[in-house]
Design a binder for this molecule. Sequence first.
Ligand code: NAG
Ligand code: NAG
Ligand code: NAG
Ligand code: NAG
Ligand code: NAG
Ligand code: NAG
Ligand code: NAG
Ligand code: NAG
Ligand code: NAG
Ligand code: NAG
Ligand code: NAG
Ligand code: NAG
Length: 770
Amino acid sequence: MKTPRHCYCFSGIITIYFSLLIHTLASPPLHPCLQDQREALLEFRDEFPVDDLDPSPWNKSSIDCCFWKGVKCDDRSGQVISLNLSDTFLNGSLKTNSSLFRLQYLRHLILSYCDLNGEIPSSLGNLSRLTLVELSHNDLVGAIPSSVGKLNQLRYLSLAANELTGQVPASIGNLNELQVMSLSQNTLNGTIPISLANLTKLYHISLRSNNFTSRLPSNMSVFHNLEHFDVAANSFHGSFPKSLFAISWLQVVYLEDNQFTGPIEFSSPCFSFSPKLEILYLARNKFDGPIPESISKFLNLQDLDLSRNSFRGPIPRSISKLDDLRHLDFAKNKLEGEVPSCLWNFPTVMLSHNFFGSFENPSEETLIQALDLNSNSFRGPFPHWICKNKGLSFLDLSNNLFNGSIPPCLRNSIDYLTDLILHNNSFSGSLPDIFSNATELRMIDVGLNHLEGKFPKSLINCKSLKFVNMENNKIKDKFPSWLGSLPSLIVLSLRSNEFYGTFYQRNVPIGFPRLCIIDLSHNDLSGILPPSYFSNWLGCTEIFDFTKMTPTDKMMLDTGDFRIRTPMEMVNKGVEMRYEQIEKDFGVINLAGNRFYGKIPESIGIWKELRLLNLSCNAFTNDIPRSLANLTNLETLDLSNNKLSGQIPQDLGKLSFLSYMNFSHNLLSGPVPRGTQFQSQNCSSFSDNLGLYGLEDICRENRVLDTTSQHPDESPEAKEQMFNWIAAAIAYGPGVLCGLVIGHIFASTNQEWFTEKFGLRKIRVLTSAR
Ligand SMILES: *[C@@H]1O[C@H](CO)[C@@H](O)[C@H](O)[C@H]1NC(C)=O
Ligand SMILES: *[C@@H]1O[C@H](CO)[C@@H](O)[C@H](O)[C@H]1NC(C)=O
Ligand SMILES: *[C@@H]1O[C@H](CO)[C@@H](O)[C@H](O)[C@H]1NC(C)=O
Ligand SMILES: *[C@@H]1O[C@H](CO)[C@@H](O)[C@H](O)[C@H]1NC(C)=O
Ligand SMILES: *[C@@H]1O[C@H](CO)[C@@H](O)[C@H](O)[C@H]1NC(C)=O
Ligand SMILES: *[C@@H]1O[C@H](CO)[C@@H](O)[C@H](O)[C@H]1NC(C)=O
Ligand SMILES: *[C@@H]1O[C@H](CO)[C@@H](O)[C@H](O)[C@H]1NC(C)=O
Ligand SMILES: *[C@@H]1O[C@H](CO)[C@@H](O)[C@H](O)[C@H]1NC(C)=O
Ligand SMILES: *[C@@H]1O[C@H](CO)[C@@H](O)[C@H](O)[C@H]1NC(C)=O
Ligand SMILES: *[C@@H]1O[C@H](CO)[C@@H](O)[C@H](O)[C@H]1NC(C)=O
Ligand SMILES: *[C@@H]1O[C@H](CO)[C@@H](O)[C@H](O)[C@H]1NC(C)=O
Ligand SMILES: *[C@@H]1O[C@H](CO)[C@@H](O)[C@H](O)[C@H]1NC(C)=O
């Protein structure tokens, strides 16, 4: 009889249960549980110090243990053959002399999610009839006991998601019947034993997220039943395991996040191809050379991720044969040439950070949903053919050499669009007013282009909008104060344009309920701000809690599986921001270089998370508000080049993070506050005022009193800070958003690992804390 094929490990178990069930039905006289087995179970229960052990009724007055929850007996003999306490709170360890090991007939032992701790006792090897051992998701430490090798009937072994250390014992090579082996998410290290090659019945191998440092076995085709092979997130090295791809059942291969090197190649006279291959992840290794034409032999491929390697050359045209491909990620390689048009029919195409120069235009309507061409050398007009695509959700053309206008026909593709990122190209003309149906739009970034004309009024319909960046263009319009009615807006940068008029209009609600970063610097805005102005902006009065991110978002950030795009970062640093780096709170107000006048609103003190405040080069008058001293996180304060008078509030001396400040070119007088931050400033930060004193320490020695003063927010420190904070905020904005787009695809293709790593573990942690 042919062995049934299994897609997932659990269907394997179900099959085993089925055969048991059929067996059971065929043998009528039911035997009650054996006395010694019942006692062993009761004693086993008492080994755990939990009062209300969940699988009731495990108690002395209940005679037939075969009916106890989680227990199954052989009906003819009454021997306990299966113990499944999965998701029972045991909160203890398995002792070497545990009564469990008296259940000599046990075939299935399932203690996953049981809050077990301590080591796996070597006496587990005494249960020689075991076919299934499932101990995943506990707190188990120490090494895998070599006695496991005595379980020579074992078909299924999962020790995933524990804290096991050391090497895999060579004795594992004795488990000739093993079909499923999951050791993922531990801290196992060293080499994988050569004897593993004995286990030719394996169809599922997962070693993901450990510290293995070895090469893979040289002849992978000995695993001729293999369907699922996952060694991602280790330090495996050596060349591409070509022999793997001759296995005819192979469906899923995860090699990402390792140290593999050299070219990849699938074809060879001796090898056939794995016709069932659906998922191939090679991301974040050190592969190089061309993407081989032979990749197109895997006709069932759905998900192909070659990102973050050093692949070179063009995309092979034969890729058009891969009709089922849903997700193609070639980002961060050294690919070049013309992108073939067949790619525009794959739902997700990620080509960012390569050297592509052009693309083939498709002849008909395309099916693409998410397209990322960021940071290549594409030139010429906006790809008009995108306008024929009704289902577009993500478009990033940033950091290329596109020119000409942004076509109004983009209106046809706007209904599902969440992110429109055209940053740092040479687009000119006006930004067309096409957003009335863009209800899903969360991010629009057209900064660093040559756009002119009016600000598109139809953006008022984009109720999901969180992030607007139009900086460094030549847009000439009245300040769009109606943006205040957008309920979700977090980041607004209109820096360096030609906006004019008043920012605040009497009788118009101020709005901006969630705004946290606003940069309107270097425009032509004017008017006064009423004292209560900032009390309307509540975005930065509460701290954004990164711990409340969804697992998907977090995973995306953790694994760097999408780039957290920040215009500043891309232009200036070209580095990626990692989750750790953005786990900061932020708040920026930059109104520098306009014509605001009157008193600085006292309500500024409400922005508890403000990090940067730049009001320089305006015409503000009166005293500096004392409430500034309440901005305890403030790092940069620039009030230079105004007409401020009176004293610098002494309490500002207490702001311990304030590392850059500038009060120069005002009408200030009185003593400069004491405090280390003030004392470490450059003398020029106080120059050209009416009568400031107490500057002796600050202006002593070789600190030059600089009366010419550089442009206030162009000073290197201020610039650097600005980049950092804008970057941080932006990272939060689109990062999370992109996560939803790409995260969805990722989660749906890599469900098992995703659940293992983030879903269940998380839920477990929460419930066991009851
Ligand atoms: C023990 O189990 C029996 C049978 O299910 C049940 O009726 C009884 O309430 C249980 N006793 C205790 C003390 O839990
Ligand atoms: C063990 O029991 C749990 C809950 O009762 C069930 O969901 C799971 O499928 C069982 N596991 C096996 C391997 O039968
Ligand atoms: C679990 O065990 C630990 C230590 O053995 C103990 O401190 C803790 O209170 C136990 N938790 C519960 C909920 O019983
Ligand atoms: C197991 O050994 C410990 C001492 O190491 C002892 O206290 C305990 O009673 C033993 N348990 C059984 C079930 O034999
Ligand atoms: C388990 O086997 C070991 C030998 O591997 C033996 O010393 C020990 O007594 C056995 N334990 C039980 C509980 O049978
Ligand atoms: C493996 O980890 C153990 C600690 O768990 C450590 O002592 C040992 O040096 C490590 N071996 C290798 C090869 O990294
Ligand atoms: C397992 O593999 C080792 C080393 O490759 C070999 O020496 C041994 O004979 C094999 N054992 C079995 C049972 O095939
Ligand atoms: C495992 O590897 C990771 C990354 O390679 C490293 O940070 C960690 O310290 C290693 N853990 C041990 C226990 O060696
Ligand atoms: C690899 O293993 C397969 C299956 O055991 C065998 O047919 C093939 O000859 C081996 N190839 C090499 C190069 O050893
Ligand atoms: C776009 O750039 C190309 C050169 O790359 C130039 O020939 C063309 O005139 C430009 N088009 C527009 C509309 O500026
Ligand atoms: C918006 O969508 C509706 C149908 O959903 C359509 O009738 C209308 O023409 C669209 N408006 C624009 C400006 O595209
Ligand atoms: C600073 O905040 C405190 C409470 O947080 C408030 O009582 C006080 O009035 C504020 N100071 C100024 C000058 O706004």
